[in-house]
Design a protein around this ligand. Structure first.
Ligand SMILES: [Zn+2]
Length: 360
């Protein structure tokens, strides 16, 4: 699977934007998207939309959704993670608190072949998220969550999760009374090589669980550890109990890269392929790689995701670290040398296509 690469025009306004900085990112979005932002905002005064997010693991869906919210504002847009909604309900069930009001609501809206009680029992008994939640219960919880949020443009992440759930998403807008508004699939493709790089280089703070990448986003405090001759990140989150002390570590299993999630990747791809072939529902297609040979035709340098390299210099016992950066290089699934972009640049592409669907 591969979609068309990024196809928007360069700004060429002589400016550079630091896309990891929220204030500069806002200016960048305004420069790139112009009137399209206001178009969609005024559209959302009286209308809504539903986008179903389908992407491979590690695609960054959460990050992109947060940035769409930055552009539109939380009063007009919400991102719902079905996994979180189900987990919250599961935790409430286990907590022993009185949640009869929630259960009454579920009972009121629930329809299914097994009873509400059996459905909740199945949820209680799930050991991993491999044991799926009864779909009818999931749909009910999702509907209740949307009722709570109020009428907004929505991104739904985590439904459909399996091939036989695709038909739920086709009629879901009727269930929540959004039927006059557009719905669409947002499909994000990521090359296996890029997923592999992201996984193998992921590190987390053992105290505050902030996630970083050894090649993409170092902390401000990078050290050379004499004992095992490794470069390490020290936590720079000043609300962390390990501030300036805690050493970032790899998560077990990540060193295997995509080998550890091959089955999951295959099922993600099957699901995306199926969604791609559906008639009558629109699609936003996002490809996360651009061939290095044409990257400069479409992207400014500041839009290309850099990789960090740490060069250890100096005499033993007195080492210092030189930080070097250059574009992150990897292969797409056809084996071509590729670059990828900062999340904000993907978001411009998503918003552009969203505008086309809503406004035309
Ligand atoms: Zn920390």
């Amino acid at each position: 699977m591969k979609f068309d690469y990024y196809n928007s025009k360069k700004l060429s306004n002589g400016k550079t934007y630091v896309l990891t900085d929220p204030a500069e990112r806002r200016q960048y979005f305004e420069a790139k998207l112009g009137h399209k932002i206001d178009d969609v905002k005024s559209y959302l005064e009286h209308n809504t939309f539903i986008g179903y997010l389908l992407a491979k693991k590690q695609a960054g869906k959460g990050t992109y959704s947060k940035m769409i919210e930055e552009i539109l504002g939380p009063e007009r847009f919400a991102h719902i993670s079905v996994g979180d909604v189900v987990r919250d309900f599961h935790e409430k069930l286990e907590s022993g608190e009185d949640i009869s009001d929630v259960i009454n609501l579920v009972r009121k809206h629930y329809r299914g072949f097994i009873s509400v009680e059996e459905s909740m029992e199945a949820l209680r008994n799930r050991t991993t998220d491999k044991v799926s939640v009864p779909a009818e219960l999931m749909l009910t919880l999702l509907k209740l969550e949307i009722d709570k949020i109020g009428r907004k443009g929505l991104f739904i992440d985590g439904m459909p999760r399996t091939l036989d759930q695709i038909s739920y998403s086709l009629y879901f807008r009727d269930l929540i009374n959004y039927r006059d508004d557009p719905d669409f699939f947002l499909l994000i493709n990521v090359s296996n090589d890029l997923i592999d790089l992201r996984m193998k280089n992921r590190v987390i703070c053992p105290e505050c669980h902030t996630s970083k990448s050894m090649i993409l986003n170092p902390t401000t405090n990078v050290i050379y550890d004499q004992t095992d001759k490794q470069v390490k990140f020290i936590c720079d989150n000043n609300t962390c109990s390990g501030y300036n002390k805690a050493v970032y570590i790899h998560k077990e299993g990540d060193e295997l890269g995509i080998k550890a999630i091959e089955e999951r990747l295959r099922s993600d791809e099957d699901l995306m392929q199926k969604a791609l072939n559906l008639h009558g529902i629109q699609k936003i297609l996002i490809e996360s790689s651009i061939p290095a040979s044409i990257a400069n035709d479409y992207l400014e340098e500041y839009e290309i995701q850099p990789a960090y390299e740490f060069e250890v210099v100096g005499d033993p016992g007195n080492e210092t670290i030189n930080i070097k950066t250059g574009p992150l290089k990897f292969k797409d699934d056809d084996g071509a040398d590729c670059y990828t972009m900062y999340a904000a640049t993907y978001v411009v592409n998503i918003f552009d296509q969203l505008h086309k669907i809503l406004i035309g």
